[in-house]
Design a protein around this ligand. Sequence first.
Ligand code: UDP
Length: 217
Amino acid sequence: MTDFYAVYGAAGCGRSLMPVAREQLARSGIQAELYFIDDSLTQATEINGHPAVNYQTFKALQGANKFVLIAIANSQIREKIAQRLQSDNIQLWSVQANNTIIMDEVDMAPGAALSPFVTLGSNIKIGQCFHANLYSYVEHDCVIGDYVTFAPGVKCNGNIHIEDHAYIGAGAVIKQGTPDEPLVIGQGAIVGMGAVVTKSVPPGVTVVGNPARTLKK
Ligand code: UDP
């Protein structure tokens, strides 16, 4: 029986990651049908040359194994979908561009999306469904939680800990921590685009600017 692969989400994030997914399959010598899944679809269609269906239709396909990359920027939705996939026995698929650089001892949980020109330095731990968009990097000794999202061009320097569901905006720079005192971006925190983060960010807050300061609601 054939295996089925899919990119879940056919908006901007999914359509940007589909070519990465397609190239990865070709590089791995896997010949399989590659779908878009999007729940806004009421009937099967085609998007950018790929069959596109909603989740119920994909789930009903008769195949040996199914692998799904969740390509949706909203981390809460990624988590909800990951749980649904797990309960339906569908595997989280990790996808990385052919020019991604991964150094030594990178421990990465399933479901990652590494866009073109991403670099991961040595001795890094990364949780489930990490998204690192174009030109982002994670330097040595960082610990990244589950469902963390990097927009394009994020500079995450050494000895930084980023907790679950944090979102780092485009072009943000995060100052390196030390082995004894890592810089911590708290759970669910948002770092605005272009921010220069010089000290730890508490959970749930939004920081913007240079040097980054908490955005008052
Ligand atoms: N979506 C879905 N199932 C869900 C939640 C979202 O198929 O349970 C789809 C939604 O229809 C949309 C995409 O995921 O096409 C999310 O797109 P969004 O505009 O949030 O931007 P993106 O994540 O691509 O940047």
